[in-house]
Design a protein around this ligand. Structure first.
Ligand code: NDP
Ligand code: 8X3
Length: 256
């Protein structure tokens, strides 16, 4: 469709699936992440498979100076951006407030909350100037209800929900759509990151369920992005059939 789609966290999981989904629709991509080898491999594959352009930006979203360094020269060329997907994020650890790791808390707050704000502050003026655009913020079922030991991760995702409401109000005069997507458990690298590379622990999260896959979220985002100009889906909570919300998961549902 020839739109310009800016995606944070495009090196794996949802972000990568969203990139492929838009590329398959002939949209052009601006892809961000820290793992440059992955970005380069995705660019090569997408450009040769779909014949669209993929521009890469390599930065740690926690660091506003790195963001400036990576984006400022390109921003000066006055690019257009039709869709911004604020997706980069993580959970680090799972423990009570009185025992939590300050480092984990800072990583989550700096990535999921401050990183999203840094990118939005940079990109939203472009959408505003165009008087059109669509922002997708990736929250979570963890942004709807708090679960045991999820404290700070849940707080950052509640904040993404609040910021989505705020953006919808602030951008209302400019014809910009804001959609907050709140997925439940999905099998990406998310749990591997949360449990610091412990594959066994990560696998247990999804064991005996049929979790969401990254493509399911990409499909939903493409659906929202392709609606008529006057229609905006504000919020979507999406879980697999084995999950009612951030707390209730039914294992072995097929054996009941
Ligand atoms: P993945 O771990 O597979 O992907 C996370 C992406 O975020 C990667 O591309 C990673 O890129 C990027 N990222 C993480 N930290 C940084 C950073 N400091 N700077 C720049 N980029 C960063 O997980 P998901 O795809 O599952 O997660 C995507 C989003 O979805 C997150 O916001 C997550 O909270 C949310 N979510 C996930 C759910 C799940 O169950 N999987 C459910 C609900 C919401 P790189 O490491 O290369 O920098
Ligand atoms: C990711 C889903 O349930 O691990 O946001 O918080 S959960």
């Amino acid at each position: 469709m020839n739109r310009q789609v800016f995606i944070t966290g495009a090196t794996s999981g949802f972000g990568k699936a969203i990139a492929y989904k838009f590329a398959a629709q002939k949209d052009h991509l601006i892809l961000c992440g820290r793992r440059n080898d992955r970005l380069l491999a995705i660019k090569e594959d997408i450009e040769s498979t779909f014949g669209v352009a993929a521009l890469l930006f390599n930065f740690d979203i926690q660091d506003k100076n790195q963001i400036d360094e990576a984006l400022n020269t390109w921003m000066a060329t006055k690019p257009t951006i039709d869709i911004l997907v604020n997706n980069a994020g993580l959970a680090a650890g799972l423990s009570s407030v009185e025992e939590g790791s300050l480092d984990d808390w800072e990583r989550m707050i700096d990535t999921n909350l401050k990183g999203l704000l840094y990118i939005s502050r940079k990109i939203l003026p472009i959408l505003k100037g165009q008087r059109q655009g669509h922002v997708f913020n990736i929250s979570s079922t963890a942004g709807k209800i708090v679960y045991k030991n999820g404290n700070v991760y849940c707080a950052t995702k509640h904040a993404v929900d609040a910021l989505s409401q705020a953006m919808r109000i602030d951008l209302l005069p400019y014809g910009i759509k804001v959609t907050c997507i709140s997925p439940g458990m999905a099998e990406t690298e998310f749990s591997l990151v949360r449990f610091d590379g412990d594959e066994e622990k990560a696998k247990q999260v999804y064991k005996d369920t049929a979790p969401l896959q990254a493509n399911d979220i990409a499909d939903a985002i493409a659906y929202c992005a392709n609606l008529p100009k006057h229609v905006c889906i504000n919020d979507l909570t999406i879980t697999c059939l084995n999950q009612a919300n951030g707390i209730y998961v039914q294992k072995n549902a097929d054996k009941l």
